[in-house]
Design a protein. Structure first.
Length: 460
């Protein structure tokens, strides 16, 4: 409706002023050069009288008839009738399609949301319509409304979700006419179960038995159903919540851990491991000179069928003899500390080796470690010393092949490499940058030609 150059807009139930105006052309036309005193022409933008994002059916708005009132008054008599038949496009908003449609995920799962199947919803009248932007609200709250998440502006996005929560992800598509549509995906995220292993030991006549119990594992709620999968280093498995595992007393060769995987009724899972039982788990084996005597100390984190320890001593790192026997704890899951003092005074150098013996006679050796007396002289040249990581070792073994060993202060062998005398008899360069600062023992030689040693200090 127009009146006195003012444009009135239909709001669905009545006409109201739009705030826009038109300028009529009297007796002429803007469409061609003809003139006619019996009419006037004016132009009105469709957006001024109609909502282009109204969501009306495709095909546009068709004006089929109009009336002109005398004196420009809506209430006056009709003066003339204008027959108009003009198709005017009324844009429909885009239609958002978003995948995947999921209902449940596990905490930490990453979802890829795909809105690329969304359509601009244009008709044959407007093939130029298109979606120009996507915005995502990755934690949509209906009360707060749509709040775009920074960085999520493509048609395909990915995000991980954590904890036990209900999430709604919203995507908003906007076309070139600034018309919008929003799609939603709502789903539940569940916390992963917590796998927990409780273990204990039992002795049998010819083997040892470990009790594994996973019943302290927990799910997303106290009523969650848990399924168990035990995996052992001997390739056996079990689905019980607790079980007894029997190991042969000599079957200590496994290095892989025992693994428990717990899966709940939502399909969420987690795993935990415990070490495979070994005769002892040695934390450290050290030695130092106190008042001219070697004082040896060591710690175990656990012991299984551990009968005793033997202390062995050598002056050349080749020929060892037993000098003491220390009883073990047999079976223990607690840290145990041991110590031994060799009453024989050390003037030069001595090597000490720790021998662990099981109840069935199986033995394991640790060390040796080097204790140097006040008169000790090393004939192994190591430069620089102290070092920051790169050292040169000069063994000089007169055309004999040899090994170079690097031990930490606990007696753990960190490097044991064989060298050919023809190629390496003069100077060997070692890179110890992967080791931390501290005290190390450099030993060169073998049982046939004897050993040379030097104490090395690594600094930052």
């Amino acid at each position: 409706v127009v009146q006195d150059s003012a444009i009135y807009k239909w709001n669905g139930s009545s006409f109201s002023t739009s705030g826009d105006y038109f300028t009529p052309i009297i007796g002429g036309t803007s469409c061609n050069d003809s003139t006619d005193d019996r009419f006037f022409e004016f132009k009105v933008h469709v957006a001024d009288i109609y909502d282009v994002c109204s969501g009306h059916p495709c095909g546009g708005l068709t004006l089929t008839a109009a009336t002109v009132h005398a004196g420009g008054n809506f209430n006056s008599v009709i003066k003339d009738t204008l027959l108009i038949d003009v198709d005017v496009f009324i844009n429909d908003p885009p239609v958002v399609v978003v995948d995947p449609v999921v209902s449940e995920i596990c905490s930490g799962d990453s979802l890829t949301f795909d809105a690329s199947a969304s359509t601009e919803n244009y008709t044959i009248n407007t093939p130029y319509d298109s979606i120009i932007s996507f915005e995502w609200d990755m934690d949509y709250n209906a009360t707060l409304g749509f709040n775009p998440t920074a960085g999520y502006t493509s048609d395909i996005v990915e995000k991980a979700f954590y904890g036990t929560n209900t999430y709604t992800v919203a995507v908003r598509a906007t076309d070139i006419f600034n018309c919008m549509d929003t799609g939603f995906v709502t789903f539940n995220s569940y916390a992963n179960p917590t796998a927990f292993i409780l273990q204990d030991y039992a002795n049998l006549d010819s083997c040892y038995e470990v009790i594994y119990d996973g019943r302290l594992s927990s799910g997303y709620s106290p009523t969650a159903t848990l399924n168990y999968l035990w995996e052992f280093p001997d390739s056996t498995t079990s689905t019980a919540d607790s079980l007894y595992k029997v190991y042969g007393m000599c079957a200590y060769g496994y290095t892989d851990p025992v693994r428990l995987t717990v899966t709940d009724d939502k399909g969420c899972s987690s795993s935990t491991t415990v070490p495979t039982p070994v005769p002892i788990e040695l934390l450290c084996y050290k030695g130092k000179l106190i008042d001219g005597k070697a004082v040896l100390t060591w710690q175990t984190a656990s012991e299984l069928n551990n009968d005793y320890f033997e202390i062995e001593r050598s002056n050349n790192a080749i020929d060892f003899k037993s000098i003491a026997r220390i009883p073990g704890k047999l079976n223990s899951m607690e840290i145990a500390e041991y110590s031994y003092t060799d009453e024989e005074e050390i003037k030069f150098s001595a090597y000490y080796r720790l021998k662990q013996v099981d109840v069935d006679g199986t033995t394991t050796f640790f060390g040796p470690i080097l204790i140097q007396g006040p008169k000790a002289k090393s004939d192994l040249i190591v430069n620089p010393n102290p070092s920051t990581g790169i050292i040169s070792v000069s063994p000089h073994f007169d055309m004999q092949d040899f090994n170079i060993l690097v031990l930490d202060e606990c007696g753990t062998i960190l490097l044991n490499k064989e060298y050919n005398a023809m190629e390496y008899n003069q100077i060997i360069e070692l890179d110890l940058n992967d080791y931390g600062k501290g005290l190390y023992y450099i030993i060169a030689g073998n049982e046939a030609i004897g050993f040379k040693n030097q104490t090395l200090i690594l600094v930052d």
